[in-house]
Design a protein around this ligand. Structure first.
Ligand code: UGA
Length: 434
C-alpha cells in the first residue's frame, strides 16, 4: 500500500521492544508493537513513552502521527499481518542462574498458527545459545525462517545506539540465508557492518560481548585497587593503556562494580552454559567474584573513613541507579553496597535524581531524601555511587556545613578533588593517590 516499507510486528514493548519499534518506524517500516499490558498499550497509543530514554518520546509521537507505528494488545494480533516478527521478550535469570525462557516459549507456541507463510521470526532478546533452533522446532513451520538478531544498545542511549550501531549481527537457524537477508534489509539505511552467520554464533556473540565487557571492568577495578596500595593513579594508567589500539579507551572507568539488567545476568548465564556442557569458565567466575568483592572494598573504605565502626553511622548516598542517565535500579551496585552498609548498622540517607519515593525491596534500607543537601544533613560521610553530572555542580561548601564528618568517598572518580578540598572535605576516589 501507499506507506511502503516492510510490515513488522514487534512483540514486547519493554526496553528493547519499544526502542526497536520506534526506530524501525523512523527508518520507514510499518510497525505494530504488541504487549500484554493493557495500561502500557493505552499509554503508548496516547503517545506517552513508557521507558525513560532520550529520543523515545519523539519516535512514538512521530510514528503514531505518520501511521507507521501502532500498538496492540497481544502478540497474535500483531504477528498475523507481519512479514517480519521480532521477539523482544524478557529472559530473566531463572532459579539456576540460566535464562528463563518460559515467556518466550509460550509466545512462540501461541504464534504458530497465525504466522503468514514465508514470514521471518527474529529473536532480539539475550537467550542461551541454541534458542533460535529451539524456536524453529517449537514453531514447526518449514515455511517460516527463524533468525537471531541480538541487540547491543545501552540504557540511556538506546535510540542513539539503535540508529548508530557498531555492527548488526544476524544468524540463521537452519541453512537458509534468505530470512537473514530480509532482516538485514530492515537496516538498509544504516551505515554499519552487517555480519551474517548461523544462529548459535549470533547468540554467542551477544553473551561473549557482554561477558568480555564485564571481565574488562573487573580487571580495571582490581588494577585500581592495586594503584591505591602503590600510589599510582588509575586515571593515568587507563589512559596509558587505552592508547594501545588493541585495548582502546572506552569501558575502562573504575567504579563500585558493574550492574544493571544485563551484565550481571548474562555473566551468570554464560557460566551456567559452560557448566551445562560439562565445561567451566573460571575466568568469568573470577570476574563475577571480583565484582562482589568490589562492593566489599567500597564498604571497607567507608568503615575506615568513619573510624572503624559503621553501627549507628549516618551515611549519605548520592546516586542509586546502576549508572547515570537511567532510572533503572536493577542490580545496581549502589543498592548492593547499601545492603552491606545496613547489615553493619549504618543509617542510610539517599538521593537520586530519578528516585522520588521508597522503592519496594530495593531501597527499603535507604531513606530517600528530596535533595543531596537533605541526604547529607548530619551524615558522617558522603558516598558518590552514580555519576550524575549534577553532583559535580553541587555546592560542596554547603554540604560541608551540613555534615557531621569530613569524608567524601567517590566510587566513580566523578568529582574534582580540589573543589572538595577547598570546601574543607577529605576526598577519596578509586585508585587515585590520596
Ligand atoms: C550493556 C552493554 O553495554 C550493551 O552493549 C548491551 O546491549 C546491554 O548491556 C544489554 O545486554 O542489553 P547497559 O546494561 O545499558 O549495557 O550498561 P553499560 O553502559 O554497559 O554499563 C554496565 C555497568 O558497567 C554499569 O554499572 C556501569 O556503571 C558500569 N561501567 C561501565 C563502569 O563501571 N565503567 C565503565 O567504564 C563502563
Amino acid at each position: 500500500d501507499e506507506l511502503g516499507g516492510t510490515r513488522v510486528a514487534v512483540i514486547g514493548a519493554g526496553y528493547v521492544g519499544l526502542t526497536t519499534a520506534g526506530c524501525l518506524a523512523s527508518l520507514g517500516h510499518r510497525v505494530v508493537c504488541a504487549d500484554v499490558d493493557q495500561e502500557k498499550v493505552n499509554a503508548l497509543r496516547r503517545g506517552e513513552a513508557t521507558i525513560r530514554e532520550p529520543g523515545i518520546c519523539e519516535l512514538v509521537v512521530d510514528g503514531l502521527a505518520s501511521g507507521r507505528l501502532g500498538f496492540v494488545l497481544g502478540a497474535r494480533a500483531a504477528a498475523s499481518e507481519a512479514d517480519i516478527v521480532i521477539l523482544c521478550l524478557p529472559t530473566p535469570m531463572g532459579a539456576t542462574g540460566a535464562a528463563d525462557l518460559t515467556t518466550l516459549e509460550s509466545v512462540v507456541t501461541g504464534l504458530r498458527d497465525v504466522l503468514l507463510p514465508g514470514c521471518v521470526v527474529v529473536n532480539k532478546s539475550t537467550v542461551p545459545v541454541g534458542t533460535a533452533c529451539r524456536v524453529a522446532d517449537l514453531l514447526d513451520r518449514p515455511d517460516v525462517s527463524v533468525v537471531s538478531n541480538p541487540e547491543f544498545l545501552r540504557e540511556g542511549s538506546a535510540v542513539h545506539d539503535f540508529l548508530h550501531p557498531d555492527r548488526i549481527v544476524i544468524g540463521s537457524a537452519g541453512h537458509d540465508l534468505l530470512g537473514a537477508e530480509r532482516v538485514a534489509g530492515l537496516y538498509g539505511k544504516l551505515d554499519t557492518p552487517v555480519l551474517l552467520t548461523d544462529s548459535a554464533s549470533a547468540e554467542m556473540i551477544k553473551y561473549a560481548a557482554n561477558c568480555y565487557l564485564a571481565t574488562r571492568l573487573s580487571f580495571v577495578n582490581t588494577v585500581a585497587e592495586l594503584c591505591e596500595y602503590l600510589e599510582a593513579n588509575i586515571d593515568d594508567v587507563t589512559r596509558g593503556m587505552g592508547y594501545d589500539a588493541r585495548i582502546g579507551t572506552s569501558f575502562l572507568r573504575p567504579g563500585p562494580g558493574w550492574g544493571g539488567s544485563c551484565l550481571p545476568k548474562d555473566t551468570v548465564a554464560l557460566l551456567r552454559c559452560a557448566e551445562s556442557v560439562g565445561s567451566d569458565f573460571p575466568l568469568l567466575r573470577a570476574a563475577i567474584d571480583t565484582n562482589a568483592r568490589q562492593h566489599g572494598l567500597v564498604v571497607d573504605k567507608v568503615r575506615k573513613a568513619v573510624g572503624g565502626d559503621l553501627a549507628g553511622a549516618r551515611i549519605a548516598l548520592l546516586g542509586l541507579t546502576f549508572k547515570a542517565g537511567t532510572d533503572d535500579l536493577r542490580d545496581s551496585p549502589a543498592l548492593a553496597i547499601a545492603e552491606l552498609l545496613a547489615a553493619e548498622g549504618a543509617e542510610l540517607l539517599g538521593y537520586d535524581p530519578t528516585v522520588n519515593g521508597p522503592v519496594a525491596g530495593a531501597t527499603d534500607r535507604v531513606r530517600i531524601m528530596g535533595t543531596a543537601y537533605h541526604a547529607a544533613s548530619g551524615a558522617v560521610a558522603v558516598m558518590l555511587l552514580t555519576e550524575w553530572p549534577e553532583f559535580r555542580a553541587l555546592d560542596w561548601a554547603r554540604i560541608a556545613g551540613r555534615l557531621g564528618g569530613r569524608a567524601v568517598i567517590d566510587t566513580r572518580n566523578h568529582l574534582d578533588p580540589l573543589t572538595l578540598h577547598r570546601a574543607g572535605l577529605s576526598y577519596q576516589g578509586v585508585g587515585r593517590p590520596a
